[in-house]
Write a protein that binds this ligand. Structure first.
Ligand SMILES: Nc1ncnc2c1ncn2[C@@H]1O[C@H](COP(=O)(O)OP(=O)(O)OP(=O)(O)O)[C@@H](O)[C@H]1O
Ligand SMILES: [Mg+2]
Length: 260
């Protein structure tokens, strides 16, 4: 195969008691593309992201990362192999500054011996300076640059979510998984965030983003995957999805009558 999928799900399922949160989900994701995962509340979107990123196990099916079976890998190993994610409710180190939170994301790739840290060698100081510069760039990229020295826990929720994205990017992922990153953002901020995702995809990243904001989804996604009651009921280009009667019935109609 010339261009294998970064991520392949085959018949993945997960129940909580009697609730089939995710059922029979098969999906291939490729680099340089943005996939939007949409669906009504309780459709199983977060559960699917949790399964992919290894935060919870699946009951059935298989997950492959670049062809390699990763079903039994813990979340940390998945991060080392290029997966990064943000959460629906941001999970930051709340007493640490925004800058320090991003720097935590670098630890995977930083080559620093304990000795150089203890001795405060010049090379370590130089490395820390360059990490701080990179962290600042990431903070600015997601629009949190002005809050670099603020404790993360004191930031408004919209900024916390973007800070999580910056921390995820610090791990240099090839697959970025985002759970409602635009909640709480203004229209212009959402548009700016969409352009950021398009830039990252243009550089080769694969992005899977859960989002309820339909203008954002239709503008930014290359492909939309619609989940309803744990199952994929449709997938296709934004235009195809917008006009799909099943999707309109299951989801878009609901949005028209709801808040979004
Ligand atoms: N840890 C859990 N224990 C029991 N039930 C759960 C658990 N996590 C999710 N569920 C149930 O699984 C179903 C899917 O939930 P999930 O959070 O994945 O939906 P979602 O599509 O992300 O919804 P939302 O748009 O509201 O975030 C729901 O019925 C939910 O109540
Ligand atoms: Mg959710």
């Amino acid at each position: 195969m010339s261009n294998p999928a970064i991520l392949s799900l085959t018949d993945v399922g997960r129940s909580f008691g009697a609730i089939k949160a995710v059922s029979g989900v098969s999906l291939d994701l490729f680099e340089r593309r943005i996939y939007a995962l949409i669906g009504p509340n309780g459709a199983g979107k977060t559960t699917l992201l949790n399964i992919i990123s290894g935060y919870i196990g699946r009951d059935s099916g298989n997950i492959r990362l670049r062809g390699q079976l990763i079903d039994d890998w813990p979340a940390s190993r998945r991060v080392h192999q290029g997966m990064a994610r943000s959460f629906q409710i941001a999970q930051l180190f709340s007493h640490m500054t925004a800058m320090e939170n991003v720097m935590c994301g670098f630890h995977l790739h930083v080559d620093q011996s304990l000795l150089s840290v203890l001795l405060g060698l010049r090379s370590f100081a130089a490395e820390e300076r360059s990490l701080r510069d990179r962290a600042r760039q990431l903070l600015e990229m997601v629009g949190v640059g002005d809050y670099a020295e603020e404790p993360a826990g004191l930031l408004p929720f919209g900024l916390q979510r973007r800070l999580e994205v910056a921390r995820a990017l610090a791990t240099q992922p090839s697959l970025l998984l985002l759970d409602e990153p635009c909640a709480g953002l203004s229209g212009p901020e959402t548009a700016e965030f969409g352009r950021l995702l398009q830039r990252l995809a243009g550089e080769g990243m694969c992005v899977l983003v859960i989002e309820h904001d339909m203008p954002f989804v239709l503008e930014v996604a290359d492909e939309v995957v619609v989940l309803d009651a744990g199952e994929i009921i449709a997938r296709g280009t934004p235009d195809a999805i917008r006009n799909d009667p099943c999707v309109i019935e299951a989801y878009l109609g609901e949005l028209e009558h709801g808040a979004a």
